[in-house]
Design a protein around this ligand. Structure first.
Ligand code: PEP
Ligand code: MG
Length: 590
């Protein structure tokens, strides 16, 4: 393809240079050939070899899953099952034998027939499984055409491209095979982006024109510092980016040296910096990066690739192992935040007109209490070493909180009756993610042990901006005056009642927002582990008094642009040599 510069939103930092590979993209040209009788055996053997190659790729990816990600092998297992399913490969063989089609055509025809059958069932779950069938069939056709798979790109690992990726797709990646990805859809706080950060691979989402402008095998530069994808760059651009990549890596090494030191401003304000965990992040890695515990475990990611929700025994031993690895540091489990775009694989999805406003998070748990109770018992059991905290997501008001707490109490009583030990004093908090929780913060604060502000959702619901929608991505802005005021109000209320407050949305990792949060004296930040060294480095170079002045100016400012400008000016003045490497998702295009 020709040279092109495409713009998107950086969701996981770094610079990657490599060959592109489209996940499951249908090859542009599928040869259709009527074969002679003599070629029937040859085509049948080609088909079998291609299927075996794809099975081999999936099995390899599965065997490379880190130990703590093995539950996610389910995604790969379902793809393996499709590869081996006679509905696909048996039908393709029949097309070769009976209709004398070449192998690529035979696979294409089999998929069309399966799609025809599935199209009569209007279940979103079935439609999604159909997408899996297409993805597997495309891999088989690509293998027949001799096209590479990401794992087969050899020493040049691929830049994976797709129209969209679900959180479950990302979990299924083998980090050994890909080192960057870019997708056409998605917003900065989409869960797909959050997972990319947890894999530490440069990733850009919401890239308009990606599928149109890139072909398999094109050379790409993914500039996830600025959210740019360069297709077939010039020699000069390549040289410039190799230099930038080098400088960025050197900068990262420099800030990592002091990652273990506490985060305290130059005038003595201490703030705890903890990690968010989605899946598969090693405790050792987080501790090396300077994480002082875990401020948010997004527990639902352990459920997403499963057909059935896990049993209590399995959950409690996984939670216990996590808590033990961090003890005595704190591990905060967020109870299931299923719904919106996160679903159990085997469950039929509800048809909801507005899923983000629907049966999500605590509402889902209160409706499916058996799943909720199982998880609560598992978290309680893991609390036995005294370093576990728990919080409910998306609490909208006091009645909901009280209902959740009463179910928690019943779980406590059940365990006590069965002589199962747990921490009677396990702190229980809520995520403040809805405007209603902000308005009710004074009331809610008296009934919980801590607040944690989920800014991704708080911004979405306060500003009415879909966090996954690239068309309004620039409006999902943490420095909107309403957001700054809302967080300040919640922080003040928490401090008045005497409970700690944490910020665990993506805003907590944004260098331009950091001084504002420091100005509010939040007690804790919880962020993607990879961002911890940079955030701690900036905190140590900050001045709390100066941050309070910046906050006061922001609280008096009428527009996002005004606050954005003052935050940028403050950063340029205080951290001039860090700004070029800032990983910020703040839009300047206001
Ligand atoms: C948030 O909403 O800011 C948050 C931390 O939760 P999640 O991103 O998982 O919805
Ligand atoms: Mg949230």
């Amino acid at each position: 393809m020709a040279r092109a510069v495409l713009y998107g939103i950086s969701v996981s930092t770094g610079i990657a240079i490599g060959k592109s590979f489209f996940l499951g993209r249908a090859p542009e040209f599928i040869p259709h050939e009527l074969i002679t009788l003599k070629r029937v055996e040859v085509e049948s053997a080609r088909l079998q070899n291609a299927i075996n190659q794809v099975i081999g790729d999936f099995e390899k990816a599965k065997s490379q899953l880190p130990d703590d990600l093995t539950t996610h092998a389910d995604v790969l297992d379902s793809h393996l099952l499709i590869c081996k399913d006679p509905k696909l490969n048996g039908a393709a063989l029949r097309h070769i034998r009976q209709h004398r089609m070449n192998a690529e055509w035979a696979v294409e025809e089999s998929v069309a027939q399966i799609a025809e059958t599935f199209s009569r069932i209007s279940s979103p779950y079935i439609q999604e499984r159909m997408e899996d069938v297409r993805l597997v069939a495309n891999r088989i056709i690509q293998a027949l055409l001799g096209k590479t798979s990401p794992g087969a790109l050899g020493s040049e690992r691929g830049v994976l491209l797709a129209h969209d990726l679900t959180p479950a797709d990302v979990i299924g990646f083998s980090a050994k095979d890909i080192f960057s990805f870019a997708i056409e859809l998605g917003g900065k706080t989409s869960h797909t982006g959050i997972l990319a950060r947890s894999l530490s691979i440069p990733a850009v989402v919401g890239v308009s024109g990606l599928c149109r402008n890139v072909e398999n095998g094109d050379l790409l530069i993914v500039d996830a510092l600025r959210g740019i994808v360069l297709v077939e760059p010039s020699e000069a651009e390549l040289a410039e980016y190799l230099a930038l990549q080098h400088d960025f890596e050197e900068y990262q090494k420099r800030i990592w040296i002091h990652a273990a030191c506490p985060a305290e401003t130059e005038d003595g304000q201490r703030i705890a910096v903890l990690a968010n965990i989605e899946s598969g992040v090693e405790a050792e890695e987080i501790i090396k990066l300077g994480g002082e515990g875990v401020g948010l475990v997004r527990t639902e990611f352990g459920y997403l690739t499963r057909a059935k929700s896990p049993e209590e025994e399995e959950l409690s031993s996984a939670y216990m192992a996590l808590a033990q690895r961090f003890a005595p540091s704190k591990v905060t489990f967020r109870t299931l935040d299923l719904g919106a775009e996160k679903f159990l694989m085997g469950k039929k999805r509800l048809e909801e007109p507005n899923p983000a406003l629907g049966l999500r998070a605590i509402r889902y748990c209160l409706r499916h209490q058996h799943i909720f109770r199982t998880q609560l018992r598992a978290i309680l059991r893991a609390s036995v070493h005294g370093n576990v905290a728990m919080m409910f997501p998306l609490i909208s008001g006091l009645m909901e909180l009280r209902l959740a707490k009463s179910i928690l109490n019943e779980a406590r009583q059940e365990l006590a009756a069965a002589d199962v030990p747990f921490d009677q004093n396990m702190p229980v908090g809520i995520m403040v993610e809805l405007p209603s929780a902000v308005f009710m913060a004074d009331v809610l604060a008296r009934e919980v042990d801590f607040f944690s502000i989920g800014t991704n959702d708080l911004i979405q619901y306060t500003l009415g901006v879909d966090r996954n929608n690239k068309h309004v991505a620039q409006m999902h802005h943490p420095l909107h005056p309403a957001i700054v005021r809302a967080i300040k109000q919640v922080a003040d209320m928490a401090h008045k009642v005497g409970i700690p407050i944490s910020v665990c949305g993506e805003m907590a990792a944004d260098p331009y927002c950091l001084p504002i949060l420091l100005g509010m004296s939040v007690d804790e930040l919880s962020l993607a582990p990879q961002a911890i060294p940079a955030v701690k480095h900036l905190i140590r170079r900050s001045n709390a008094e100066e941050c309070r002045k910046l906050l006061n100016a922001a609280l008096a400012a009428p527009t996002t642009r005004a606050i954005n400008n003052m935050a940028r000016q403050a950063a340029f003045a205080r951290f001039p040599e860090d700004v070029p490497f800032f990983v910020s998702q703040l839009s300047v295009d206001l």
